[in-house]
Each structure stands twice: as structure tokens, then as C-alpha cells.
Design a protein around this ligand. Sequence first.
Ligand SMILES: Nc1ccn([C@@H]2O[C@H](COP(=O)(O)OP(=O)(O)OP(=O)(O)O)[C@@H](O)[C@H]2O)c(=O)n1
Ligand SMILES: C[C@](O)(CO)[C@H](O)COP(=O)(O)O
Length: 228
Amino acid sequence: MKYNVVIPAAGMGKRMGIGTNKLRISLQDKPIIAYTLNVFENDPWCSSIVLVVNEQDRDFMEELVRSYKFMKVKAIVKGGRERQESVYEGLKRIKEECIVLVHDGARPFVRIEHIQKLVQVTSEKSAAILAVPVKDTIKRAKDGIVQETFDRSELWSIQTPQAFKLSLLKEAYEKAEMDGFTGTDDASLVERIGHHVEIVEGDYNNIKITTKEDLYFAEAIIKGINEK
Ligand SMILES: Nc1ccn([C@@H]2O[C@H](COP(=O)(O)OP(=O)(O)OP(=O)(O)O)[C@@H](O)[C@H]2O)c(=O)n1
Ligand SMILES: C[C@](O)(CO)[C@H](O)COP(=O)(O)O
């Protein structure tokens, strides 16, 4: 079963606070983005990768793709100001109907078995996302006062990849642009045009590297993988 993937990597890593794109940070001598690309390069189901970058990082990313021999990277595309714009630019490069995945460059530890499970579900249902059950109790608060406590058994922490039939995702992106809607993930754009999105359970190691403490978790995950 084949798919193409768009990898948004054009962020500025503001919450990391190092003044440069966090995806350039090395974990054990390899940049974060190289871990992410490596997963898809090694998945036989992945046909091609569209990598979305910002102009400041273009030379770095091109050199990285060359030196690590990421042969599946077929296009390196200029991103936008928000993640949603970057993904949209990437999607425009994929023309033929297919299953398309969107995966954050900042999630380097996704596993091939979960990607393939996601693709299988998408081939039947057209839209599916990786997620893990929420472990904390989640409350909604206003001005520091709790308003409600959610039923945790219904809550999921949403990850990427998120997978869709290409025409469905493009329709959702076009509609969002027309309506000026911004979501924090790709599935929310598909949900709002009335399409069901399936949850596929992944694992807790598929973290998004967002803030400095995530770098410690990332090192621990790499150590754990190497010890297996
Ligand atoms: N304009 C943007 C913003 C984000 N991303 C990418 O989307 C993914 C998830 O975004 P996030 O973790 O929020 O990354 P940043 O935007 O870099 O971080 P911050 O929000 O802290 O600035 C990352 O791989 C990031 O590079 C992107 O391609 N284009
Ligand atoms: C898409 C996402 O990974 C889902 O968890 C996430 O929402 C993208 O990044 P964010 O900027 O931290 O929301």
C-alpha cells in the first residue's frame, strides 16, 4: 500500500527559544529533522516526501538531504507563516490522487508499524490520525476558576501523521482558506467539512519536540531505542 508524505519543517521554534529552527538541533550528532526523514525513507510504503522549509533553512535542508541520501525527497518547498500555510504549500505539489500523510518534522520518533496501520485504515475510511489516550485529568478553566472536568475516557492526545485521501484533504484546505479558518491540526479542517476522522492508537514516544525539556525526553527515547 503506497502513500506520499508532506513534512512541514518551516517553523521558527519560538517555544524552544534558541533563535533558530529547532529541527536543526542535533540529538547524538544527528539533526532532529534527519531522524524524521529517516523513518519515511525506510518505510517501503512511502513513495515520496515533500519537505516544506523556510528560506533561512533552505541551504541547510538541501545539504542535509544530499548528505544523508534521502532519495525519496522529491521537492523542497517554501513554507508559510503558520503550519497550516506550510502544509497547504506542500499539498499543492502532489497532483495525482493518493493517500497523503502530513507529519510534523518535529516528531522524529514515529514508528513505521503505526504509519502502516494508519495507511491501512485510511485506505478504507479516507481520513485517520494517530493519537494516544490522555493520561492527565483535563479541566476547562476561566480566569483561574475550574468550569468543568472532562470525561477522560473520551479524550485523546492527537499526534501526526494524519492521513487522508488527497482530494478530501485538498477540499478541506480550500474551504478553510475561503472561510479564514485556522486549525491546530489537519484533521480539524476535514472535520469541519463534515467528514469522519478515525483514531488509530499510536504510542507515547511519538512526542513533538516543542520546548527545551523535550530535548531531555528525546535523548531518553533514543537511548531506550538503542538499548532494545
Ligand atoms: N510556519 C510553520 C510553522 C510550523 N511548521 C512546522 O510544523 C511542525 C509543528 O509545529 P511546531 O512544533 O509548532 O513548530 P514551530 O512552529 O517551529 O514552533 P513554535 O510554535 O514554538 O514557534 C514543525 O515541524 C514545524 O517546523 C511549518 O512548517 N511552518
Ligand atoms: C498537528 C499537531 O502535531 C497535533 O498535535 C500539533 O497541533 C501541531 O503543532 P502546534 O503548533 O504545537 O499545535
